[in-house]
Write a protein that binds this ligand. Sequence first.
Ligand SMILES: *Cc1c(COP(=O)(O)O)cnc(C)c1O
Length: 224
Amino acid sequence: MKVSENLERVQKNIDAACKRSGRKSEEVNVVAVTKYVTTERASEAFEAGLTHFGENRDEGLLNKWEVLKDRPNWHFIGTLQSKKVKNIIDKVSYIHSLDRLSLAKEIHKRSDKPVSCFVQVNVSGEESKHGLSPNELKDFIIQLKEYPNIKVIGLMTMAPHTEDEVFLRKCFRKLKRLQEEMSQLNFPHAPCTELSMGMSNDYMLAIEEGATFIRIGTALVGND
Ligand SMILES: *Cc1c(COP(=O)(O)O)cnc(C)c1O
């Protein structure tokens, strides 16, 4: 399938989910996750009109950056080892996986300007998932004040792989509630207005529950 055809279908689904939940389609930013695909396929996605790109490894990001440069907005969406920060920091606009102070410290040190970050939260409580537990979140965000190059624009979660719509909605709602709580603290370093949630299999639910950034690989560019 051409990316343009996939995008048309995904955009229709986004529009429908927005309509169902009384939201505007412009509120939802699509991050094209290109981690599974070639640089050629990523270029096709750019030609199709996608402007936000997500990668979960420094190598993949650097390979695609060589070709697309800073024309798209680059998002780092995966677990980020502190020692890799220096490789990607001048190339990314967003980091979705901030989950520990040592990482915040390294981002602060390596960047020469504030970086838009999402704090990753494990709302499902699954052992395998990265992220802070909800009850650690507030203290963590307070401590981030020490690192002025970290700007907490929102929260991110990875929902479990399940068809259980009720459970998925519960996870997304929980993240939305935490985001509102953090935003109401009015910390200048943590406006926390955004919600990064929803992937190929659950993005419509995520939008209905308030997602402002959805991260889509398989349904948009494929996974081979
Ligand atoms: C791979 C990945 C995605 C996209 O997954 P799809 O199911 O292919 O849409 C989204 N977010 C993160 C953090 C990922 O690692």
